[in-house]
Design a protein around this ligand. Sequence first.
Ligand code: ADP
Ligand code: MG
Length: 328
Amino acid sequence: MTGKGGTGKTTVAAALALALASGGKRTLLVEVEGRQGIAQLFETEALPYEERKIAVAHNGGEVHALAIDPERALLDYLQMFYKLGSAGRALKKLGAIDFATTIAPGLRDVLLTGKACEAVRRRDKNEQRVYDAVVMDAPPTGRIARFLGVNEEVAGLAKVGPVHNQAQAVMRVLKSPETAVHLVTLLEEMPVQETIDGVAELRAAGLPVGAALVNMVRPQLLDEDLLDVAESDGPGRRGGTAELGGELAHALARAGLPHADRLVAPLLTQAREHAERVGLEREQRAELAELGLPVYELGLLGEGIELAGLYQLAADLRDQLPPPREAA
Ligand SMILES: Nc1ncnc2c1ncn2[C@@H]1O[C@H](COP(=O)(O)OP(=O)(O)O)[C@@H](O)[C@H]1O
Ligand SMILES: [Mg+2]
């Protein structure tokens, strides 16, 4: 899950992990930016670098969560290839890990994607996949192609050997149809433009683009006729609003409101603003439609997202998702 910062990337990733877990499945929600956003969202204490069950989904099913710590991931990685043991702990004390991730900034990303891919491929003793889906709350749109593509660079640098093989294995997962990069957006110009640019970049990098997820969608409050009327108002444009104003005054008076006449002008202004917003949102929807991606919409929840709101978003998503593919 990527998207412009603040559009609801973390929230939507969590909602998707819940939606995909429903009906007795098991999903893993992975965080890579060290912000403990998942713990906050699920109202639990900070996540350690360890997979743990964090929520129960609709109709059974479990969401597990993991906040990947790049330092610990590096130790795992070194352990995997070089059997470091206590030397690893010594390395950690020496600050070698800071050093390594500072001189090779891409290394951090290799470790993060590597860990997530390991969870994707992991099988239990019956050879069954441990997770039906792994959802990553990934870096924002501006960095996503580079982040996911970094193993390709590594595979190119290390031409042979275990590091080369590992990097190639990660890229195989990331570029396979098993992976989908979803983009969260709002119906506003900047995030939509960022989505369009991000999709182009991902496609150029050969990474599989999933869906556009429009978050915080506000309801349309006026029907089409009223929208037309409301929009025709404005300086020098006295369309049907005089008539609408008359109707409003009557309706307000019938409702028994005192000084109903004073409410008419502000209500007409609000109606015009609403009509303008709906118009702009339509333009943004049209832009998104040109990407040729599935588009899912999630409503704006009131007053902060409590856990119940998260389940609501998951239910909204579930209703829009295509039926699950059979596992390969
Ligand atoms: N559908 C929604 N309705 C209302 N508020 C939302 C919705 N989605 C996200 N938010 C709120 O928007 C803010 C940013 O969401 P977050 O998921 O942290 O974004 P990001 O990870 O992209 O920075 C949070 O306060 C979150 O509660
Ligand atoms: Mg976030």
